[in-house]
Write a protein that binds this ligand. Sequence first.
Ligand SMILES: [Zn+2]
Length: 307
Amino acid sequence: MLSTAELDAAAGRLTALTDLDQRVARVAWRLSTANADLCPVVRTSAGWALHSARQYSLDLRPHAESRFGLIGDLPGVLAVPPDSPAAAAGFAPGDLIVEAAGAELNPGDGESAPSWTGLERNLRVIDTALASGRTTFMVQRGDDRIHIALTPERACGYDVQLDPSDELNARADGRRLFISTALAEFARTDDELALILGHELAHHVLGHRPWNEAGGAARRANDGAWKAESGGGGAEQQADRAGLYLLARAGYDPTVAAPFWRRFGESNWRVRFPQIGHASAGSRAQALEAVEREIEAKRRSGGELRP
Ligand SMILES: [Zn+2]
């Protein structure tokens, strides 16, 4: 049995986690739609963030179930960015999706160990339905079952995922962008969050590949090493530069970049000094100030913002 204090602590952690999820979804959606013309992989998307009861640890799960009405592996609506197709269609956090385009989703086998697998299978059914355009969903909302039709929008084709972790890091693999809860919390504003996610998205836009996939040196966990196929500068410097353009194109403020990296350097000893693939936080800040001036000059001359 858990004590009342332990239950309250778990409820508090769930609130903090879902608040972050909603922030990350909001910023990711703006970056993904504003830069769809630059992304090598695009899809038609609802813009929402979905979650399932099964993905939560056993202490958080009862709170997630009661707060969001989640059941097993069924996708529930966690976040609805204000300018997304999901918002336009009238979806709200707490809606549980039970059917997509007539295909019933699978609530799972009732196993209790935390897992994403069943949710991911259901998400593939939803993505397939959205790929063919306007889609009708059957949704459990409180005691009612209702139909909601949604017209998806073109966006970069990558999922953004929040990783519960105390480490300050973000990374990307071929399909997803990840940001740790600690780093998302460290970002004080949506502009700073857009700086981090913009950098990771830029690796995709630039066609970089994780170093280990390229058959290079063994990659330390989370070291963020990327390989550039061509062009000057290291992959990280290229992603810093292009990422700032992606941020600006999405309407966020590029002047947050240099102060953010300086503050990051002060609080994180590992980035005060250069490491493999990464310049020190100070020289990163300096390089980004130059890109900021470049973007400002292009804006003033009415030039197109392309990295
Ligand atoms: Zn990077």
